[in-house]
Ligand binder design. Structure first.
Ligand code: ZN
Length: 685
């Protein structure tokens, strides 16, 4: 690989940071940290770290020597000065004399010595950076280096590849012990360029940002050359035939990897999926060695918190035998959970107990013939798991091509997975009520649909916004943020509905809650109205709901974890308005449709409910229309909008809240919630 250092870029960053009061060395530290972080061959998702030894003024204005080090879990590619807290160096150096120090105590001492007491906590590898004498220290988990050191004879391979320029530090879990061991090795061997941390990564150092960075690039290039020179050729694996597509496989995988919520009967704890298929992934999942390699372990310790130590391997999903695949998938997930639980018990006992078991579900699922799925409680977590799985495959494949892949021991993996400092990288997580759930809302470009999508997203769900006006769906999705998915969908067209739900499944992995909301109003006196008008209204206001519900139920049945269908049926469904038959009659049919779904799919755990809303400002009830109706009735617009028992205007948010409540009412089905401020003529029995 080549150095990405560009003088002009470095100068630009130095000039820009200077305006913010950031010194020259720190600006260059930021620059090369971003260069390292931006290359997937070097670090991924919060892995790796860099530091700078410099000076800072403390609260008294005294100049003190400090270590500026990447904050724990921070992303190197997007690092800023405040993502590199300053810690008093002399306090850290003095710790070296200690034989041992507890994690919490170490973190407390680090925090007590921060120049900015409110700053983020330093990287878990802070002591390694503090004890090395060099001004700039860079640490990555470079793919090519891992390919050499994740082998039984990694030390010999390093000696050959790096010609003694890097000293080899045997494996120890990250933290205080590793830092002490590394500095002992460094002082004994005095390597000129850096260190290899066995089964973990590489450290380079230098007097300038550029020197440390370019040494990293040089060493990684040597490792790449070694791998290229020593590659054995291997037979191409055979690809199984007649494999089902990911839109059919994902809901089965997702359902199998869900757990019943112990606290609420009928609720499920689910994960989101991220699918990957490319040549390298296919070669790996189709390989004859898959079962051995899948059990071989992580390529660098901190991956364990994202992917667990092993992926789940499923059989190839043949098109004609998806039921069999589904049975096998559920069986293998069960076995995976039992295996994980035993691993936990065994190792928790070894460390004297006291650890709290994490959920036993896989985070990476390998499907021969198809590809891989990353899984996580959010879409972002699923993407991270999939990225790391691809990286894992690349390292394992390279190691096998030049020798034999070997990870750290099970006990070592457990110690990292259950190390509180690693778990802290995931951040404090509060679980919103719909975390892990996937919601599709139709008519999401309109007022009620958009308010509903927004409210479900705020409750933690991943939301897909379906609308025939894609630009409107996109605009509303953007307002919600990254986790929202806009999808073009015309509910009057079965093919469009099918394609839209396939898209939701491909992006998120399945669907759990559908808010069938798209609709439009037609008017006409029923005895005189043209049949074409009535049919048009039925296409949208009845068949539209049926198509959406049908597509959703297919996915929900494949998941096998129940589901929830929510319909927007107007108050017209129970309380017809004069000349509003073309709208009210299909809505009455939609109400019957909801009850039929509740009846036919209750045994599958699929609930169906409806909201009966009235008089909401929206595309149906425009400002002009309100003005007209108010004038016709001889009342003010406000009185017209508040003409109900409570005298309150009903808003799109009120309807959204009703849908959200229905989604959370796990024992309620075939029910209608009225959201109209009180209208006794529309009251249900
Ligand atoms: Zn590391």
């Amino acid at each position: 690989m080549r150095s990405a250092w560009v003088d002009r870029d470095a100068e630009t960053i130095v000039a820009r940071e200077a305006k913010r009061g950031v010194e020259h060395d720190l600006a260059l530290r930021i620059y090369t940290t971003r260069l390292l972080g931006g290359d997937r061959n070097l670090v991924l998702h919060g892995g790796g770290n860099t530091s700078l030894k410099t000076h800072a003024r403390d609260a008294f204005g005294d100049k003190v020597e400090v270590l500026r080090i990447k904050a724990t879990g921070a992303d190197m590619a997007a690092i800023e000065a405040d993502g590199m807290p300053a810690v008093r160096l002399d306090a850290l150096r003095r710790l070296r004399v200690l034989e041992h120090i507890g994690d919490e105590e170490l973190v407390a001492i680090e925090r007590a010595n921060l120049i900015d007491p409110a700053g983020p906590s330093p990287s878990v590898e802070v002591m390694l950076h503090a004890l090395l004498p060099h001004k700039f220290v860079d640490h990555t988990h470079a793919r090519a280096v891992l390919s050499l050191i994740d082998q039984p004879d990694g030390e010999d391979k390093c000696a050959e590849a790096f010609g003694g320029r890097l000293a080899f530090v045997p494996y120890l879990m990250p933290g205080f012990g590793l830092a002490k061991k590394a500095i002992d090795v460094f002082e004994r061997l005095k390597p000129g360029d850096g260190l290899i941390l066995s089964k973990h990564g590489i450290v380079t150092f230098g007097d300038s940002a550029r020197e440390a960075y370019e040494r990293m690039i040089e060493m990684v290039t040597l490792a790449e050359g070694f791998v290229a020179r020593n590659r054995k050729s291997v037979a191409q694996p055979t690809t199984p035939n007649n494999i089902a597509g990911e839109a059919h496989v994902a809901p089965i995988v997702r359902g199998a990897c869900s757990q019943k919520d112990g606290a609420v009967e009928g609720a499920w704890r689910r994960l989101l999926l991220d699918f990957r298929r490319n040549e390298a992934v296919l070669r790996f999942v189709n390989s004859a060695n898959l079962s051995r390699l899948s059990q071989a372990g992580v390529v660098t310790p901190d991956h364990t918190i994202r992917t667990k130590n092993w992926p789940l391997v499923l059989p190839a999903p043949e098109n004609a035998a998806l039921d069999e695949f589904a049975r096998a998938a559920r069986e293998r997930v069960k076995e995976f959970a039992v295996h994980y639980h035993r691993y936990f018990e065994r190792n928790n006992k070894r460390v004297g107990g006291g650890k709290r078991e994490l959920d036993p579900l896989p985070r990476v699922v390998l499907v021969p013939g198809l590809g891989l799925f990353g899984l996580g409680p959010t879409k972002r977590d699923a993407i991270i798991a999939a990225d790391i799985a691809e990286e894992w495959m690349a390292v394992v494949s390279n190691a096998e091509l030049t020798g034999k892949f070997e990870s750290i021991s099970e006990a070592d993996m457990f110690d990292v997975e259950y190390w509180p400092l690693e778990q802290a990288k995931l951040g404090a997580r509060t679980e919103p009520p719909l975390a892990g759930q996937i919601v599709a809302v139709t008519g999401a470009g309109g007022a009620i649909g958009a308010a509903t999508a927004k409210m479900f997203a705020a409750a933690g769900a991943a939301v897909a916004l379906l609308d025939m006006d894609f630009a409107a769906a996109e605009q509303q999705a953007e307002a919600i943020g990254k986790a929202a998915l806009p999808v073009a969908c015309d509910v009057t067209d079965a093919e469009s509905v099918g394609t839209a739900f396939d898209k939701v499944v491909r992006d998120f992995g399945g669907v759990d809650i559908v808010v069938s909301n798209a609709g439009a109003a037609w008017q006409g006196r029923i005895g005189e109205v043209g049949e074409d008008i009535l049919r048009k209204s039925f296409e949208l206001n009845f068949y539209g709901h049926q198509r959406v519900a049908q597509a959703a139920v297919r996915i929900m049945l494949a998941q096998g974890t129940g589901g929830c269908l929510l319909f927007n049926v107007s108050k017209q469904a129970v309380n017809p308005g004069p000349d509003f038959g073309p709208y009210g009659i299909p809505k009455a049919a939609a109400l019957a449709l909801m009850r039929q779904y509740a009846l036919d799919y209750g045994k599958d755990g699929i609930r169906a409910n409806a909201v009966n809303a009235d008089r909401i400002r929206s595309g149906l009830l425009t400002e002009d229309f309100i003005r007209e109706r108010a004038k016709a009735r001889g009342v003010s617009e406000k009185d017209y909008m508040c003409g109900n028992l409570l005298g309150r205007e009903v808003t799109a948010d009120d309807v959204a809240r009703a849908f959200l409540h229905q989604a959370l009412e796990y024992k309620t089905t075939a029910s209608i919630t009225t959201v109209d401020g009180g209208n006794i003529a529309a009251a249900l029995r």
